[in-house]
Ligand binder design. Structure first.
Ligand SMILES: Nc1ncnc2c1ncn2[C@@H]1O[C@H](COP(=O)(O)OP(=O)(O)OP(=O)(O)O)[C@@H](O)[C@H]1O
Ligand SMILES: Cc1ncc(CO)c(N)n1
Length: 288
């Protein structure tokens, strides 16, 4: 056995691409930082988690949000200089002060792909963003975003009232400097669309692309976080935008297909995506 003096830990020689996650903490693990960390790990990268807010919530609704201390967030980011940061994922930003910190942190990583999942409203309807905050977001963070992943409601709220269809709304956001917009249409299906499917539309300045996925029964808590975190992870691993979008959607769909309901009484709770369902420790559990 090697002596202490000569012992060196067994380490992998390959560097793992890291994803900085700036998001709120959801104690259920359905959404927020924990969800993001699971999705990022499952999709091949290493999560570096910086909390933006602490929330009180269950699988249905958020009842309180406490923004985190912006200087602590900045200090956390500054301490991560051993890692090779290859993507950033931003989720819930609940105050102007934490938005300032997010903007400062993002500036530390110029050119690193940034995925933003705008979290404006909780599943149960609680507002999580003020008009002032949305304006500041559009002005200060959106121009740095590589891909935004709003649902249709978030798209309409961020684009404002001047457009009357999703394409024009997405173009309005692209004109503010964001590079791509992937719009999900689950709770608010596209007019005239087949309700047995969920449709995603990618808008970029050069191309558009649509995907159709079979609609799974039930409602899910944290599906949007899963999609955006998986996408950040795939981009961190060097995937190009289009295949990264496709792989992140396929992964998200599988986590929902393997989702589970914490409340078997079905008192209105939502199902939680099982993001590590491929892990051997989970393989023989909870499956019907
Ligand atoms: N019932 C469902 N069937 C199939 N896919 C779903 C279903 N619900 C959500 N998804 C998938 O989850 C991902 C996130 O979409 P969704 O529209 O739920 O985002 P969101 O409303 O922003 O989510 P969240 O409220 O969790 O932030 C998409 O890939 C979407 O297709
Ligand atoms: C912390 C957090 N982020 C995002 C969402 C949206 O699902 C949530 N409910 N909670």
């Amino acid at each position: 056995m090697a002596s202490d003096a000569t012992h060196s830990p067994r380490v992998a020689s390959r560097q793992l691409p890291a994803v900085v996650v700036l998001a709120g903490h959801d104690p259920t693990g359905g959404a927020g930082l924990v969800a993001d960390a699971e999705a990022i790990s499952a999709c091949g990268a290493w999560p570096l988690t910086i909390p933006t807010a602490l929330t009180v919530q269950n699988s249905t609704d958020v009842s309180a949000v406490t923004p985190c201390d912006p200087d602590t967030m900045r200090a956390m980011a500054a301490a991560l200089d051993e890692f090779s940061v290859a993507a950033i994922k931003v989720g819930l930003v609940a105050s102007l002060e934490t938005l300032d910190a997010v903007v400062d942190i993002v500036r530390r990583f110029p050119g690193v792909p940034l995925v933003m999942d705008p979290v404006l409203k909780a599943g149960g309807g609680r507002e999580l963003s003020s008009l002032e905050l949305r304006d500041a977001f559009r002005e200060r963070l959106l121009p740095r975003v590589d891909i935004l992943t709003p649902n249709r409601l978030e798209l309409a709220r961020l684009a404002g009232d001047d457009q009357d269809n999703d394409t024009d709304r997405a173009i309005a956001l692209l004109s503010l400097g964001c590079q791509a917009v992937l719009v999900t249409a689950t709770d608010d299906p596209l007019p005239g669309s087949d309700r047995r499917q969920v449709i995603h539309t990618l808008h970029t300045p050069d191309e558009g692309r649509q995907w159709h996925w079979p609609r799974l029964p039930g409602r899910f808590h944290g599906s949007g976080c899963t999609l955006a975190a998986a996408l950040a992870s795939r981009l961190a691993c060097g995937e190009r935008l289009l295949p990264a979008c496709e792989q992140a959607q396929a992964y998200t769909w599988e986590t929902l297909e393997h989702g589970w309901l914490p409340d078997l009484q079905h008192r209105g709770g939502q199902a939680l995506p099982r993001r590590l369902w491929r892990h051997p420790a989970w393989s023989d559990r909870y499956d019907d």
